[in-house]
Design a protein around this ligand. Structure first.
Ligand code: AMP
Length: 181
């Protein structure tokens, strides 16, 4: 399992999907999985940029891991979002006979993030909600990388500025360094 980290708009989804498509791996995004649910409460929380209940997210993720059981590698995007989810994930991995092979952090300047989100124009990309999501990322999600590093998991920061192709090449280099390709 390769986990992609980075603030909203850092390119996790584009890069995750590209990497998965190139190698025949699966991209698993909790945001995407949750967007596909028809749960009105969940959709309302997502529109406001609020995190969805752990119990539901963990369940959705567990099921998605099960569906991906025959695949060598999985690219995870948007999960774990805070340390409690990370602890839960570590407990879940043995059941699925998986481990976290690497964590990739996409590093993008704030100004570029705001520009990308403006172009994307998703419902939860309005300036006020973006501000909240960025704050949640800094306060809740960033500590996850420190927590995982403390568990001995390999953390790699990739420069997320530049064209999609250039960033993809940088990620591919890290995959080679980690002997994943
Ligand atoms: P994303 O597509 O990763 O930007 O996620 C979009 C929205 O889905 C977030 O703002 C949250 O409302 C919800 N979401 C995605 N992943 C999680 C998660 N791991 N825990 C809680 N909520 C999540």
């Amino acid at each position: 399992m390769i986990i992609f980290f980075g603030p909203p708009g850092s390119g996790k989804s584009v890069q995750g999907q590209l990497l998965a498509a190139r190698h025949g791996w699966r991209w698993l995004s909790t945001g995407q999985l949750l967007r596909e649910t028809s749960n009105v409460e969940v959709v309302a929380r997502m529109r406001k940029g609020m995190l969805v209940d752990d119990e539901l997210v963990n369940h959705v993720f567990d099921e998605a891991l099960h569906r991906a059981k025959d695949l060598d590698h999985i690219i995870v995007d948007g999960y774990p979002r805070h340390v409690d989810q990370a602890k839960w994930l570590l407990g879940l991995l043995p059941k699925h006979e998986r481990e976290i092979e690497a964590v990739i952090i996409l590093d993008v300047e704030d100004e570029e993030i705001l520009h990308r989100l403006e172009i994307r124009g998703r419902l939860d990309d309005s300036p006020e909600i973006v501000k909240k999501r960025l704050q949640d990322y800094r306060e809740q999600t960033k500590p996850v990388t420190e927590f995982l590093a403390d568990q001995g998991i390999r953390i790699e920061t990739v420069d997320g500025m530049g064209s999609v192709g250039t960033i993809h090449d940088r990620i591919e280099e890290v995959m080679e360094e980690c002997s994943l390709v």
